[in-house]
Design a protein around this ligand. Structure first.
Ligand code: THU
Length: 163
C-alpha cells in the first residue's frame, strides 16, 4: 500500500496586463459576458469566452430557469455553441469569469465539476490542450495549462475503448 499525491500546477497572474494581447482580450470578453448572464435565481453571474484555432471567439453566460436543473453554466453554453458551429476547429483557450449581483468578485472563480468534464471531453477529442483562464470581476487570474489538470482521475472516451 502507498499513498500517491496528485498535484495541480497553475500560474497566478497578478494583473491581466502581464498576458499577451490575445489572452487579455479573451479575459476582457469573459468579464463582459458576466453582464449578459440570465441568473435571477442565484445572483451569480458567469461569463465565458472560447478562442478557437481559426481566431473566432465564442461567448457564453449562465442561463437559469425557474425549473432549476434546466439552466446551464456559462462554460457549457460557450463550449456547446463552439462545438455546434465549428465541430472540427480546436478550442485553444477558454476564459471564465464570475461576478455577483450583490458585490464585485475580486478573486478567480472556478468551474463546477460538470463543466470540467465537458471541457475535458473536447480536449480529449481535439488531442491538444485547452488553456483555462479563471478570474473574477477584478484581481488576479489563474492560468491552468489544460482541462485535464482540473479533473484528475477523470473518466473519458478512452475508458470506453475496446469494450
Ligand atoms: N455557474 C456557472 O455558470 N459556471 C460554473 O462553473 C459554476 C456555476 C452558474 C450556474 C448557476 O447559474 C449559478 O452559477 C449558480 O450556481
Amino acid at each position: 500500500m502507498k499513498k500517491v499525491e496528485i498535484s495541480l500546477y497553475l500560474t497566478e497572474v497578478e494583473d491581466v496586463s502581464q498576458l499577451p494581447a490575445e489572452e487579455q482580450e479573451l479575459i476582457r470578453l469573459a468579464r463582459h459576458m458576466t453582464t449578459q448572464a440570465y441568473a435571477p435565481y442565484s445572483g451569480f453571474y458567469v461569463g465565458a469566452a472560447i478562442l478557437l484555432e481559426n481566431g473566432e471567439i465564442i461567448k457564453g453566460s449562465n442561463q437559469e430557469n425557474a425549473a432549476y436543473p434546466s439552466g446551464l453554466c456559462a462554460e457549457r453554453v460557450a463550449a456547446f455553441a463552439a462545438s455546434a458551429s465549428y465541430p472540427d476547429i480546436k478550442m485553444k483557450a477558454i476564459a471564465i469569469s464570475g461576478n455577483a449581483k450583490s458585490h464585485n468578485i475580486d478573486h478567480p472563480v472556478t468551474p463546477c465539476g460538470a463543466c470540467r468534464q465537458v471541457l475535458l471531453e473536447y480536449e480529449v477529442k481535439q488531442d491538444s490542450p485547452m488553456k483555462i483562464f479563471l478570474s473574477g470581476h477584478s484581481g488576479k487570474i489563474f492560468l491552468i495549462e489544460k482541462a485535464q489538470d482540473l479533473l484528475p482521475l477523470s473518466f473519458t472516451s478512452k475508458d470506453l475503448e475496446n469494450l
